[in-house]
Each structure stands twice: as C-alpha cells, then as structure tokens.
Design a protein around this ligand. Structure first.
Ligand code: HMG
Ligand code: MG
Length: 304
C-alpha cells in the first residue's frame, strides 16, 4: 500500500519563526538562539531562524539581528529568514543571512492583512527581493499561504494557487512551500492540490507547510507522501500560528512528524529525542499548560 513512497524526507523546522511569532510571552534572545542551536544539533537540515519583518507588526521577532549575530552555525545547515520587502532583505543580509524566504498568498484578503498589499503588489516586490538575494548568493524559498482555505474568504481553489506558484518559480525561488495557514485542509484537498501543481512544480522544489488546527496535518502529510512529496515544514513542540490569520493554531509538531516517519521506516537524519529536548526547552519559556505536540503529551503520560 505504501510502496513507492519516499524513503527519505527533508524536514524544514519553523519553530523559531512560526512557532514564536504569535506567542504572547516574550522569549529572551539567548533562549531563541539556544533553541535554534538545539534544533540544528538534533540533525535538522533546515532551521528557519527568524523574520526581518516590521517589529510593529510582529514584535515577538524584533530581535532578528541579535538572533542572527549570536547564532553558532552548524556546517551544512540552512537558516532561512523571512523577508517581507527590500528593507527586510537589506536587514537580513547585513545580519549575515544566507538563506531567505519570501511569502505571499493565494487569497487576496489574507495577503492584504498579512503584508498590507495585494498579491500582485507582493509578487512585484518579491521579484526585486529574490533578484537581489540571488545576486548576493542567497538560497531562496517562497511561501504561498492560504493554499487551501482562507480565514476571510473560505475555500481556495487549486487553480488560484497555480499562477502564484508560477510567478515564484519564474522569479527564481529554489523551493515553494504551500501553506495550510489555518490548519483546515483535509487529505482530499491535498491530493487535488498536489495533482494540480506537479506538472509545474518538481518534487525537488515542492514543500508542504501544514498547521494542525483540526488534527488533520499528519493525514495530509501521508497523502502528500503517497504522491511523492518529501519536503515538509513542522515546528518543535507544535508551536505556531499567524497573528494575521484568526483561528490558526500550531504547526504540525516536528516530534509527531518524526514519530510517524521513523515508525514507517522513512529516514530523516533527525534525532527525535534531540527535537523533544529542544521543544521542552522552549516550552519552559512559554506559559503553556499542555504542549500542542501529541508526542510530548504521550511521553509525559508514560513518565507520570
Ligand atoms: P507597512 O506598514 O505597509 O510598511 O507594512 P511600510 O512600507 O508602509 O512601512 C511602515 C514602517 O515600517 C516604516 O517605518 C518602515 O521603515 C517600516 P516608519 O517610517 O513608520 O518608522 N518597515 C520595516 N521595518 C523593519 N523591517 C522591515 C520593514 N518594512 C517596513 N522589513 C510590511 C508592510 C510588509 C512591513 C508589514 O506588513 C509586515 O512586516 N508584515 C509581516 C507580517 C508577518 O510577519 N506575518 C507572519 C509571517 S507569514 C506566516 O506566518 C505564514 C507562513 O507561516 C506560511 C503559512 O502558514 O501559510 C509563512
Ligand atoms: Mg505558518
């Protein structure tokens, strides 16, 4: 039944950015840096580090420069940072970023709320951002948020995602991550979007970014795996959410993803215990009664 699914999965860890951007409790810069380092030490190949967005819009990540300067980089690990515009890119490059991510949406209203501009305006700005980032030797990722459902507009047709992905590819991004921003997608929608996109988006550049609001994220991963997708975003501890997407809860927890993949014999190169330790570490800095991660809750029950 699972013959032909990828034997190797690449996980893009977004806990230090998506995971912390919506947390009400301020996290000290040193703790963010330690968290990122623990995640990289656990073997994660890509650890999104922070975002050079407006500190007025996302005060939680206002220390992006300090985080990047303090970071002890591990060889072979990518540390992408979100940049919303040329000013963000300038800040990111000055802080030593070598990997960047631009982010737009398939829904007009979400794009407006998140970036204060239309999809077309965001794409025009990102053309300049990606060109400048590439000229500076950076690796670049492009996110398409609300690829399934928009908190303001409802269901988004796969046909609305296609032109946005085409534009991102044309501007030269190395990878496109399709975001279920509010964690509302179900496997049939994932199957349809993958089928629609595969003719234009090669698997080597195809990533999914599932939030887990309704508990469907792992089912969505399994569906995409069966279609050959092998790059998935997730967040240690299951933290995450977007301040401009009401109703969005955490990302799929990296521990939950690893538990399923390793149990299925799929390799990731990531140490589950190391990720769980990093998740426990950052949860210790947040006021949360129970972690969103199923794996951590199960471990706590076993230990009790
Ligand atoms: P704006 O207010 O329209 O910006 O915001 P502006 O260009 O008019 O500038 C206003 C002020 O902001 C100016 O300062 C600028 O210098 C400053 P002032 O003159 O008032 O003192 N400014 C900046 N400062 C620092 N860094 C910058 C920057 N840019 C302008 N880069 C803007 C437009 C794009 C900046 C704003 O809307 C913004 O920062 N948005 C980011 C929102 C965000 O971070 N959302 C969460 C990440 S996306 C996400 O979570 C989804 C994802 O996980 C995938 C998924 O789940 O689907 C990726
Ligand atoms: Mg997200």
């Amino acid at each position: 039944m699972f013959q032909g699914i990828p034997r190797l999965v690449r996980i893009v860890e977004v806990g230090a950015r998506d995971g912390l951007q919506n947390e009400p409790t301020p996290v000290p810069t040193e703790a963010k840096v330690r968290f990122i380092e623990m995640l990289a030490d656990a073997g994660l190949p890509v650890v999104e580090a922070t975002a050079f967005v407006s500190p007025k819009w996302v005060p939680q990540l206002a220390d992006a420069e300090q985080v990047m300067h303090a970071l002890r980089r591990r060889a072979g690990v990518r540390y992408p940072v979100l940049v919303p515009n040329l000013k963000g890119l300038e800040r990111a490059l000055s802080a030593g970023a070598r990997e960047i991510a631009v982010f737009t949406a398939a829904s007009e209203t979400f794009c407006q709320r998140n970036l204060n501009r239309s999809i077309e305006q965001s794409l025009q700005e990102f053309e300049q951002v990606v060109r400048a980032a590439k000229a500076a030797g950076c690796w670049a990722r492009g996110y398409v948020s609300t690829a399934f459902v928009c908190p303001y507009e409802g269901a988004i047709a796969p046909e609305a995602v296609v032109p946005v992905v085409e534009r991102l590819l044309a501007m030269g991004v190395d990878e496109v991550s399709l975001g279920d921003t509010i964690g509302a997608a179900v496997p049939t929608q994932v199957a349809r979007l993958t089928e629609t996109l595969l003719p234009i988006l090669p698997l080597e550049r195809f990533a999914y970014h599932f939030h887990n609001t309704y508990g469907t994220a792992l089912a969505n991963v399994l569906t995409a795996l069966q279609q050959g997708v092998f790059i998935f975003d997730s967040s240690a501890g299951g933290l995450g959410g977007c301040p401009f997407a009401p109703g969005a809860s955490g990302n799929l927890a990296t521990e939950d993803l690893l538990y399923m993949l390793h149990g299925m014999g799929i390799e990731t190169g990531v140490d589950l215990a190391g990720v769980a330790a990093a998740a426990q570490f950052i949860l210790g800095h947040l006021q949360r009664e129970t972690p969103p991660s199923s794996y951590l809750r199960a471990c706590a029950r076993v230990e009790a």
